[in-house]
Design a protein around this ligand. Structure first.
Ligand SMILES: [Zn+2]
Length: 78
């Protein structure tokens, strides 16, 4: 398994065809959620927004964000 590059920006991620991100709780409560990447500017890094998230299960701040490659459309749109 290759670690995801968390320094990439939303713009770079969209170039890869990824349209969503997975947000994982940093506090080992197991909570994670999917959000759309559409609302974020191209020059925002995934790591930039990690501190903004508050876990809906344990209430603590801090997340780990990864591109949701499962949602990527593989070569179907230009
Ligand atoms: Zn949590």
């Amino acid at each position: 398994m290759t670690p995801y590059p968390t320094k990439i920006t939303f713009g770079e991620m969209r170039e890869m065809g990824v349209r969503g991100v997975l947000v994982y709780c940093r506090h080992r409560c197991g909570h994670h959620t999917e959000i759309s990447a559409d609302g974020w500017a191209d020059d925002v890094r995934l790591s930039d927004i990690e501190p903004r998230f508050v876990c809906q299960r344990c209430g603590k701040r801090g997340a780990e964000i990864r591109p949701d490659h499962q949602r990527a459309k593989m070569g179907t749109d230009a």
